[in-house]
Design a protein around this ligand. Structure first.
Ligand code: SF4
Length: 353
């Protein structure tokens, strides 16, 4: 299973041997209003062939983390500290020319909106072929054949002909398939999928998720799957990391996190999911309040302004003290293990049925 390590990174070896190791990652943006603490001391690891689902609301740091892994941040306005090691190669200190070799070859990304990732000026086939000849040194003819093969693999009918089409001639679902083909053309060891199905209807969404699972089986890639949808994560991931305000607040296997969640924010996420078997007149239960500004994150527990369980902890601990995420399974919360279990069984679980 994916190994998820201690949040603080204290005592963590510099090289754990994991395929991807992120340690004590801090990402900050300079803005006119001040410094945005987009990622605040994040650590995790991922093994080959496994899928890590990262969930959280907009602004939780999940997309920034993954753009930083691929070196896609703007160095003019961004400060990155910590360590990102992919297959033994340190990426934060890598030169742009080294990162270019990693991107599309060893690691690739599938974006939420294929229209922003695909150029309207080139055929779909050319855009899939380009990273292949660039990274492998294959001839343009061989790269084109490979692009056609990949379009066939992702389920585009008549790929030989459709490779000559431009992105606007494809439907939304086909464009997303084409982007998956582009991401996988060099057989990357790490695939980062950032909300890859959000813009698609439910049927196409299910087809794309099945396709990703099949391709992972075939290519053996490690996948980081970013979403706000716990239902999708349940279907796709081996492990889950829940992010809030730039940090991880809970992690564990899919089974552990969905069956026995350890953090009030995770309880809120589960509680706010629509259920097929619930009465249509039953309102959803959104998490109160809004995600905090990362220009000036809340003191202590970042979730405290929205948490209804502070009274159980007592005193001002939630406001004053940042709870750390324990090594292995657990949640970054001052509630005791007994309190969490009692609250979950008595107050949260009945609402999830
Ligand atoms: Fe809520 Fe306090 Fe736990 Fe934070 S530490 S999640 S505020 S109970």
């Amino acid at each position: 299973m994916t190994t998820l390590t201690k949040e603080s990174g204290a005592g963590a070896p510099a090289d754990s041997g994991a395929f991807l190791s992120v340690r004590d990652l801090y990402v900050r943006f300079k803005t006119e209003d001040g410094v945005v603490k987009a990622v605040d001391g994040l650590s995790f690891e991922l093994e080959r062939g496994k899928t890590l689902g990262i969930v959280g609301e907009s602004g939780s740091g999940k997309s920034v983390t993954n753009l930083t892994i691929l070196g896609l941040h703007n160095p003019m306005f961004t400060t990155v500290e910590g360590e990102i090691v992919l297959d033994g190669q340190e990426l934060i200190t890598a030169r742009e020319s080294e990162l270019e070799k990693v991107r599309g070859n060893k690691a690739a990304m599938i974006f939420q909106d294929p229209l922003t990732a695909l150029s309207p000026y080139y055929t779909v086939g050319r855009q899939i072929a380009e990273p292949f000849w660039k990274h492998t040194g294959a001839s343009k003819k061989a790269a084109w054949d490979r692009a056609v093969e990949m379009l066939g693999k992702v389920g585009i009918p008549n790929p030989k002909e459709r490779a000559k089409d431009y992105p606007h001639q494809f439907s939304g679902g086909m464009r997303q398939r084409a982007m998956i083909a582009m991401a996988l053309v060099c057989d990357p060891d790490l695939l980062i999928a950032d909300e890859p199905t959000t813009a698609l209807d439910v049927t196409v969404q299910a087809q794309i998720l099945d396709l990703l699972k099949d391709l992972q089986q075939e290519f053996g890639s490690a996948i980081i799957f970013i979403t706000h949808d716990l239902g999708v994560i349940a279907d796709m991931a081996d492990d889950i990391m829940v992010m809030y305000a730039g940090g991880a607040v809970e992690r564990g296997s899919v089974n552990e996190v969905l069956r026995s969640p350890q953090h009030p924010y995770t309880w809120g996420l589960l509680n706010s999911m629509p259920r097929l078997d619930s009465d249509l007149s039953t309102p959803l239960a959104p998490i109160p309040g809004a995600p905090p500004s990362l220009l000036k994150p809340p003191s202590g527990c970042r979730f405290h302004p929205r948490c209804t369980f502070q009274g159980e902890v007592g005193g001002a601990r939630c406001v004053d003290q940042l709870p750390l995420l324990p090594a292995g399974r657990g949640g970054a919360c001052h509630l005791t293990a007994e309190q969490k279990q009692t609250i979950f069984i008595e107050q949260i679980k009945p609402r999830l049925r």
